[in-house]
Design a protein around this ligand. Sequence first.
Ligand code: ADP
Ligand code: MG
Ligand code: MG
Length: 920
Amino acid sequence: MPFVYDFDHKHRKPPMEMKDLLGGKGANLAEMTSVLALPVPPGFTISTDACRAYMDGGWPDGLSAEIAKARTRLEKTMGKRIGDPSDPLLVSVRSGAKFSMPGMMDTVLNLGLNDQSVEGLAKQTDDERFAYDSYRRFVAMYGRIVLGIPGEEFDLLLDAAKELAGTTSDAAVPTELLRYLVDAYQQIVERHTGKPFPQDPDDQLRGAVEAVFESWNGPRAIAYRDRERIAHDLGTAVNVQAMVFGNRDDDSGTGVGFTRDPATGTRGEYGDFLVNAQGEDVVAGIRNTEPLSALKDHFPKIHKELLAIFARLEGHYRDMCDTEFTIEQGKLWMLQTRVGKRTGAAALRMAVDMVAEKGIKLSKEEAIERITGDHLDQVLHPQFAGSGYKVLTKGLGASPGAAVGRVYLTADGAQAAAEAGETVVLVRSETSPEDVHGMLAAEGILTARGGLVSHAAVVARGWGKPAVVGAEGLRIVGNTFTVGDTVVEEGDWISIDGTNGTVVLGQVPVSQGETPAEFDTVLAWADVIRAGHLGVRANADNGPDAANARHLGAEGIGLCRTEHMFLGEDRLPIVRRMILADTPSEEQAALEQLRLAQKADFEEILEAMDALPVTIRLLDPPLHEFLPSTEELAIKEATDGLNPEETRLFQAAKDWHEFNPMLGTRGVRLGVLKPGLYAMQVRALMEAALARVAKGGHPIVEIMIPLTIGREEMALARSWVEEAVTSTLAGSTGSGSGSSGRGKKSPAPAAGSLEVLIGTMIETPRAALRAAEIAEDAEFFSFGTNDLTQMTFGFSRDDVEGRMMSAYLELGLLKRNPFEVVDPDGVGELVRLGVERGRSTRPDLKIGVCGEHGGDPESIQTFAKAGLDYVSCSPFRVPIARLAAAQAVLAGHTAARTADRKSASAGVAAKGRTKAKGKG
Ligand code: ADP
Ligand code: MG
Ligand code: MG
């Protein structure tokens, strides 16, 4: 395999599909050159193979020879030679990995200039000023990027030169001063490296290529890959391309264009450009750019040509593209394209639009595949609530959502503050790749300079972080920034709204925003795709949460944690009374009171989820969670002394104290020790269900036993539940229902209007292994992957996540935090085993998952593959789970269920469902 490919190399498949080999930038340059025949300056790509070989064993054999050949071909095409003292060819050296990656080496422009060829360039162009401007840019770029010299050293001199010339514009620095700058820059290089600035273009090129390879393993690149979960062994490609000059004259310029608005998705071109400027000038925010639409006035023909190219790109990539272009003396050149990054709102809008557009004809499936969980997350982003706040200043809304935090003016400061637990807004004049760690740590980003395609804007949008850029009224001075007379210090609170560019001093209250119409459209498509494959439920413990979950598209409740009902201020004393009870009758009295309270809670939930399944988990946590802390009581005992009630509580807390409560007396084990507890909960639940039936509702109840380990335990728990169900129902059809069991007659429920299933959580490894026997007494399983992860790894989540998780991830001992993304190998295997064994006993066993993983898109793929019927997650993750479930179906991870398990019915195996029928 060769290491080097010309942009017009005849590949066997479309180069745009060869990003692995050519990197993203190289693949698309080749696509534009060879497939689309667009005006692209010629060049060649040194492949990622070469980079990988370099990382393995240094500069690869044969690479120099290949580069030399490609260079000769390029020189032939261009009719100029690199380094030719009389008419030099200049090139750019551009990094480009498979995924666009901040942290990779910046591009070096104008490579090939030296003390001789700069004179040749001056003569050829008849423009000495241009030649020396190009040379001083090159020496500074090479010094900073390839040789690692701090950029400020060059900037300071440039500023001094401008001051000397009495100008603020780079373009107005006279030739004489530029000559002087080149000289001074070369001295800086020599001082830093101990060697003169490389004059030989071969050395320059080799140095630049090697620096790109090296940058792959730079700390910023590694940090970025960790965060974005990009493999560390991909390597980067290097593109060497003939230079074109946007800084030749006023008939030249450079710009960045999007084929539609990446912030809103609105159709029509969008972008910025600068007359008489080169390369990064547009994104660096150094000069104020003009909107792309203004191109029409300066360069009407080129404007037309560019729009035609945009149309072709969209048709070809069938997506929104972003582009870089340069105009050299009235000729348009395309320097880059790729499918553009976009905000969540734009992603939704474009997906919906493109399904309707004839030129693109996106299928709904493709549309779904283009939306990510992060996109949905973004449109669910908070916004400023109300309108009574005072605007400090305004910038451009570059990335939507509101952020509130303390001001930090350096990336390091922001990172340190965030690590200390503060919420931070990073405020900078502009950002560069050096600031990425601070941007990561911040809730939001505010810059004084730069446009909507500045570094800050692009990076923030990619991450879905709120950002306001180009807030020109803002001036940074030392540890403060000022806006007019207002001085804002580091550590002060500010609020920014990246949707409209507003900046406010202090903390503005934020609220959830309205989702755009396309949000519902796309999710409705997702629901169609996943129907009959993978359901989505929510974890909710009260009526309002359940209603909200239903509003967000939940198809039931997968986990209702009844302990949350015990912790309310009015409940806790009753729970404690039950724990402290000396006699069975005292305990019974407390349970009665709890039953009444729980019944009301259940009724609310069943109402909110009428006609949808509601899984109620019986009490799970260790009892000591309901008792005051022993430490506090011990202190009080030693100081103020305890009253009799407190003395008893203290004793109980000591009695119930456990060394390892998460592995102690909790879940069904608690039921074994306090047998009346579960019966009480089931009675409350059934009474609530009956009350719903009496009101014409259709409750579907699933009663779930937590933390089982095997057959006997499950059978025992089931017997309590069945008994309580039967006796409650019998009571209701006899003399009526109600808390006393002796109230006035209520109409019996209609046959079939009350459905009850009994099942269990699978959250111990043993339960997963013994799933076949447990399924004899369980009509459904729900994997509790939080506990299952803790027990499979032997990781105590609260201890491990804080102390050692980051070290484990850094050392590569774990690929992911298994509490965020379910471990597909270990925990995943237990899930697969549990499913298989459970269904071997009971083919229609309904199976879901209710750990936090149920809302994680990647984990959802694992669950879909395992054959689960539904996932359940917190209400605000429900839309994301709906999307991810559809994507799992599209990826072929699910088999169609032959029958909806909800209606696949009793009697298939072992004990059938407990079907409650009123015998009216
Ligand atoms: P990045 O990945 O940071 O965008 P690029 O390689 O695209 O880096 O280059 C940085 C800037 O230099 C861009 O504005 C690009 O258009 C410009 N540039 C790169 N190569 C050339 C070239 N051969 N001629 C003129 N401008 C170039
Ligand atoms: Mg760059
Ligand atoms: Mg670029």
